[in-house]
Design a protein around this ligand. Structure first.
Ligand code: UDP
Ligand code: MG
Length: 320
């Protein structure tokens, strides 16, 4: 009997978890009634929540009995959604594994359709993308679109605009993802990088059922810059290119100055513009050093080889 694992990263989702569980169980029961030969496990990852999320997970372990095996791991602190997703994928034992958010923004009601596609067609995973960004501040939508345009220009990995982390994968794809042991994880890039056959399922954006988004504008900006650094070395080439272009410009300027001096003598002029040029070039050099510094910092973090997360407790400890 195929096992479907549902991996759910949770950070302060005490309020959303009951609604999530109820909706997911409705879908699980329907699929089991229709299909008969599938069973489910729910893998919750508590990403160092400071509210009652862990307690809520504990309660769900019993509530799922007879319908789906509920397991959970709880981190020693907040390590971020990427780490939580990785932990969930490592814990999942299913032949099929889905990752979905706890706030019902990734509707579990799409699962039957996703599963059918994998059963009937030759795909390795069914991924979802939202067709609109309803309910999102316009500035955030604009920046998100710009980010996807830029990163797709810069990177080989195909990173789809509006793609959510919600997808149902076959075991072979999950194993592929787990082989990527990098420290700076950017899921959207990793999915694109590992390849495999992806079928896209569009759906309309839904607002979260309870609580608030964990992403601030600056948090998102930092995350997107990390994505670029993790999946493209184009900024490094760009920095060298600027250097070469500036050298060429300075050679042309030098020629102009030599010719002008020979023809018209050497009246002292142009000090303000000189000061501007010195400032401009100095700034540019620092900016390029900064770009190199970003890559160096990432390399430094990779070489330290620290674990991406530490587990404080897990449901197996409770004897479940
Ligand atoms: N999340 C997490 N760790 C974090 C931030 C978020 O595990 O540090 C989880 C969160 O509980 C939710 C999912 O990641 O299940 C998506 O988070 P959120 O809804 O805040 O993001 P958005 O949907 O606004 O992009
Ligand atoms: Mg959300």
């Amino acid at each position: 009997m195929p096992l479907i694992s549902l991996v759910v990263p949770c950070y302060n989702e005490e309020e959303s978890l009951p609604a999530f569980f109820e909706e997911t169980m409705r879908v699980v029961d329907a699929m089991r009634a229709e299909q008969g030969d599938v069973h489910f496990e729910l893998v919750f990852v508590d990403d160092g929540s400071t509210d009652g999320t862990l307690g809520a997970m504990r309660a769900l372990t019993a509530a799922g009995e007879g319908r789906a095996e509920v397991r959970w791991v709880s981190f020693s602190r907040n390590f971020g959604k990427e780490a939580a997703l990785l932990a969930g994928l490592r814990e999942a034992r299913g032949d099929y594994v889905a990752t979905l958010d706890a706030d019902l923004q990734d509707p579990p009601s799409l699962l039957p359709e996703m599963y059918h596609i994998l059963l009937e067609e030759d795909y390795d995973n069914v991924a979802t993308r939202r067709v609109d960004r309803v309910g999102e501040p316009p500035v955030r939508s604009f920046c998100a679109r710009a980010f996807y345009r830029i990163i797709n220009r810069l990177s080989d990995a195909d990173i789809v605009d509006g793609a959510r982390d919600y997808r149902l994968m076959r075991r072979r794809m999950v194993d592929g993802i787990l082989e990527l042991g990098e420290y700076n994880r950017f899921s959207k890039g990793i999915y694109g990088w590992v390849g495999f056959k992806t079928r896209w399922l569009p759906f309309e954006n839904v607002e979260r059922v309870a609580g608030e988004t964990k992403w601030s504008f600056w948090g998102l900006l930092r995350y997107s810059l990390e994505g670029i650094v993790a999946f493209s070395t184009a900024p490094l080439s760009f920095a060298s290119l600027i250097g070469v272009v500036l050298c060429l410009i300075s050679i042309v300027f030098a020629l102009v100055i030599v010719v002008r001096t020979l023809l018209f003598g050497d009246p002292v002029a142009g000090w303000p513009s000189l000061a501007c040029i010195v400032l401009f070039v100095g700034g540019l050099q620092l900016a390029c050093l900064g770009v190199i510094g970003q890559y160096l910092a990432k390399t430094y973090l990779e070489t330290k080889g620290r674990p991406l997360y530490l587990v404080r407790e897990r449901s197996d400890d409770d004897g479940c």
